[in-house]
Write a protein that binds this ligand. Structure first.
Ligand code: NDP
Length: 374
């Protein structure tokens, strides 16, 4: 933590910011190099949609993790997937039956891959059934729900991790290291964006299920990145939102959201997110001696890191590093980490509190933009 302070040359007073920087520091992550545990952690996958598919494929390469149960509203689909992952039919549950998992010893953890507004209920039910919880982002659709998830997991003495896969991803980790090592000098500003042109039938457009628009879904990557890139917590935020009133997709959730953030050290960030245009997720960080860019920064693969800065020896450094890893490796790493935390009784690097912090910031952003949360 003292290194972070020295490198930014500023006082980061908030303890939360320091603990975030420590958790994301490359050294802490390197130390956590997960090793296979003798007995794989059995996961129940709750909600068999697109991200669950990535996770289940990823888990196959994680020696410490295994799919052992499925929870779904579609029995046929669940049976097909069960056959693929050698899950017994007796370990397929409907949402209504899910609490019976309590007595299923093959299930130690769950992966909650449901629409956002269902995260809290299924996290709390899983905790009450004695299962550790890996929950997709955004953690929930409100600050109150997020707190209740943390409380439920604490009361049940189970671990809660929010699936922020970029915290385990080498391109993002290298950007963090270069910045924290002071390579681009004193950080001044960050630009970041992530968005896509959404299909009209997505549950993401239904406020009751999504809790909000692109901010909840993909803008959260930019918000979280500004926090891990700086190792600081925002001191001030302002946001504006717009929606095309004639577009039926945006009757309930925002179409565009743009926001500015001020950090205690003086770093400023300018971010935007949309459901109206394909906007490859990226960030660019400007420092007193140069810049670093990850573009794409948040995809499942194909990430690329570029940088130009004046090195300490007075020579310009030019980096261009495509990341050749293939999907679903990010999901393997995430499962490796959570399973190791369960086996070794460690706190995950992205615990519930990390998700809560983003939810608190999203609440402030929505408030600033005049958007009411659920
Ligand atoms: P999908 O629509 O692809 O899957 C969601 C699944 O949830 C469905 O397949 C369904 O599974 C179940 N479900 C239960 N009730 C409903 C309902 N009322 N409407 C729709 N689905 C329902 O969503 P994603 O996989 O894209 O997203 C799921 C979560 O993962 C979201 O919170 C999202 O933010 C997050 N996510 C994270 C990403 C990451 O990179 N970390 C990327 C994409 C999404 P079944 O048919 O089995 O019941």
């Amino acid at each position: 933590m003292s290194i972070t302070r020295r490198q930014f040359g500023r006082q980061i007073t908030a303890m939360s910011a320091l603990s975030m920087a420590a958790r994301f520091s490359p050294r802490a992550l390197a130390q956590s190099a997960e090793s296979a545990s003798p007995q794989p952690v059995g996961y129940a996958i709750i909600g068999l949609g697109r991200i669950a598919d990535h996770f289940m494929r990823g888990i196959q390469a994680s020696p410490g993790s295994k799919v052992t149960a499925l929870v779904s509203g579609h029995r046929d689909k669940a049976e097909r997937i069960a056959a693929q992952y050698n899950v017994p039919k007796s370990s397929i549950y409907s949402y209504e039956e899910m609490d019976a998992m309590r007595s299923n010893k093959a299930v130690e953890a769950v992966y909650v891959a449901l629409p956002n507004s269902m995260h809290a209920e299924y996290t709390i039910r899983s905790a009450k059934a004695g299962k550790h919880v890996l929950c997709e982002k955004p953690m929930a659709v409100s600050v109150a729900e997020s707190k209740s998830m943390i409380d439920a997991c604490n009361q049940a003495n189970v671990k809660l991790m929010i699936a922020y896969r970029c915290h385990f991803e080498p391109t993002n980790l290298k950007a963090v290291k270069l910045i924290h090592d002071g390579e681009i000098g004193k950080v001044q500003s960050i630009q970041s964006a992530f968005g896509f042109d959404i299909g009209a039938t997505e549950w993401r457009l239904n406020k009751k299920l999504a809790g909000g628009g692109p901010m909840m879904d993909v803008g959260i990557y930019c918000l979280n990145a500004t926090r891990y890139l700086t190792g600081e917590e925002p001191s001030d935020l302002r946001a504006y939102a717009t929606s095309d009133a004639s577009d039926p997709r945006f009757k309930e959730v925002e179409e565009n959201l743009v926001w500015n953030t001020k950090f205690p050290s003086g770093v400023v960030a300018s971010c935007n997110t949309t459901y109206g245009a394909n906007m490859g997720g990226y960030y660019r960080v400007y420092g007193s001696r140069g810049w670093i860019e990850a573009s794409p920064a948040f995809n499942y693969d194909g990430l690329r890191l570029r940088a130009e800065y004046l090195g300490r020896d007075g020579k310009w450094v030019s980096l261009d590093e495509p990341n050749l890893e293939k999907d679903p490796i990010q999901f393997t790493r995430q499962a490796d980490h959570f399973s190791a935390c369960i086996r070794r009784n460690l706190t995950p690097k992205t615990p519930g509190e990390e998700g809560l912090r983003d939810m608190e910031l999203i609440a402030r952003l929505y408030n600033s933009a005049g958007i009411t949360m659920l």
